[in-house]
Design a protein around this ligand. Structure first.
Ligand SMILES: *[C@@H]1O[C@H](CO)[C@@H](O)[C@H](O)[C@H]1NC(C)=O
Ligand SMILES: *[C@@H]1O[C@H](CO)[C@@H](O)[C@H](O)[C@H]1NC(C)=O
Length: 215
């Protein structure tokens, strides 16, 4: 079973951990495995984004798959695909996937600049898709709400913009997150917990001026 929303969040947080603690991971021989784990996800996400405004956000039937204890290689169940697109948009999942790609592009910037550029291209396209075609994925595709319900997309739009700002240095992303969208969604000064459904605390870490240079 592949659930795109929490998986993309996991990739973003793994990227963040590598960017902040990569030296320490290297000292104990864990930097390569960490990067390999990240790349496994980002390779998948690249494949899940075949065109600008289409993102596959789920593979498998959660009811059938949660009853199945076979190896993935042995499974014979149908593997249905679910996508978001312009008629059924999901700004939350598309923007989180943009954040995953943008943060991972920083991780791979020196080791593999071609791959890093590919990730950044997907990140920019997904952010535009998320911003221009707004919607909550679990409202547009109610079947996903049982497992990873999204309570809103404002936090993901700001979070993606924050990562794109760091990945590109382009001030328009900073303005996006601190301007009207920030006023609408950021709840500056009063974020709640940081989780796969709520990234405001992480976003503020990057956008509050004293912290913006941490990377
Ligand atoms: C858009 O996504 C919805 C939800 O996944 C799907 O039902 C629909 O077929 C998709 N549209 C196209 C043109 O593929
Ligand atoms: C999903 O989140 C929305 C918005 O918070 C809420 O109204 C809805 O009841 C939730 N659905 C499920 C299945 O948890």
């Amino acid at each position: 079973m592949k659930f795109g929303f929490p998986m993309a969040f996991t990739a973003t947080v793994l990227s963040w951990a590598i960017l902040e603690y990569g030296d320490q991971m290297d000292a104990v021989g864990q930097l390569d495995p960490a990067q390999d784990s990240l790349r496994w996800i980002t390779d998948y996400l690249v494949n899940a984004h075949p065109s600008e405004n289409v993102l596959y956000i789920q593979v498998g039937d959660p009811v059938a798959d949660h009853k199945c204890w076979d190896r993935p290689e042995s499974m014979t169940e149908a593997r249905p695909l679910v996508q978001v697109n312009t008629s059924c948009p999901g700004s939350d999942v598309a923007a989180e996937t943009a954040a995953a790609m943008a943060s991972a592009s920083l991780v791979f910037k020196e080791a593999d600049s071609t791959y890093s550029s590919t990730l950044l291209k997907h990140a920019k396209q997904l952010f535009t898709f998320a911003d221009k075609h707004r919607g909550i994925y679990s409202e547009n595709i109610p079947e996903v709400a049982t497992y990873y319900n999204s309570t809103g997309y404002g936090d993901e739009l700001l979070w993606a913009a924050a990562w794109l700002y760091h990945a590109t240095g382009d001030n328009s992303y900073l303005q996006y997150a601190t301007g009207q969208n920030g006023e609408d969604y950021a709840q500056f000064g009063s974020p709640t917990w940081f989780s796969w459904d709520n990234k405001l605390a992480g976003t503020q870490h990057y956008l509050i001026p004293d912290d913006t240079c941490r990377l």
